[in-house]
Design a protein. Structure first.
Length: 188
């Protein structure tokens, strides 16, 4: 299995509008990362129009939860070497240029090489609540794909870490995700 790094990917449309989305980047080799957005998606459209992206590494898990719950208004700054945007809250980022595309009807794979990397502040690692929010965000992104029983049992387990180790940011992010889950439960 390849390594997958959970990031917040920013892409820019030709119009200049920036799209922010949580995505797992797949490591191809020592020098290449794969962005595999679903069809259809704004990330896919933007990569086709403007073949570059920024992988933002953040320790504020509200960004992940926010992207899945309609909260995408995060402060940005221009990227250094590509036509892209960096989240102000990023602890580090990679500016990626697309070198090739492997076509696929469901998830095309954009093979990227870092054009520039930067660290902005030290990273202290994730606590259990932050990791739980990340896992819950993945579940929320797949509410229509996974069996209900799997989602419910995993959320029950993740809630243990939230109750034991969450700070204010994690509790806020968790509440946003759980509202999305409650809405989904009402539809099911």
């Amino acid at each position: 299995m390849p390594q997958i790094v959970e990031t917040i990917v920013t892409t820019r449309a030709k119009s200049g509008e920036v799209h922010i989305a949580p995505l797992g980047l797949i490591q191809r080799d020592e020098h290449h990362w794969i962005i595999a957005p679903f069809t259809p998606s704004t990330t896919l459209e933007n990569l086709q129009e403007n073949p570059c992206a920024v992988a933002n590494h953040v320790d504020d898990v509200r960004v992940y939860a926010g992207c899945l719950t309609g909260r995408k208004n995060w402060p940005l700054q221009r990227a250094e070497k590509i036509d892209g945007a960096v989240l102000n809250c990023a602890i580090s980022h990679w500016e990626l240029k697309v070198e090739s595309i492997e076509q696929d009807d469901v998830r095309p794979r954009f093979i990227c090489r870092p054009a520039y990397t930067a660290g902005h502040k030290p990273w202290g690692g994730f606590n259990r609540a932050q990791a739980a929010v990340l896992e819950a965000a993945v579940l929320v992104s797949r509410l229509k794909m996974l069996p209900k029983e799997k989602i419910e049992s995993e959320l029950e387990y993740l809630e243990i870490a939230i109750s034991k180790t969450a700070g204010e940011r994690e509790l806020e992010a968790w509440s946003w995700l759980m509202k999305k889950v409650e809405d989904w439960r009402g539809e099911a």
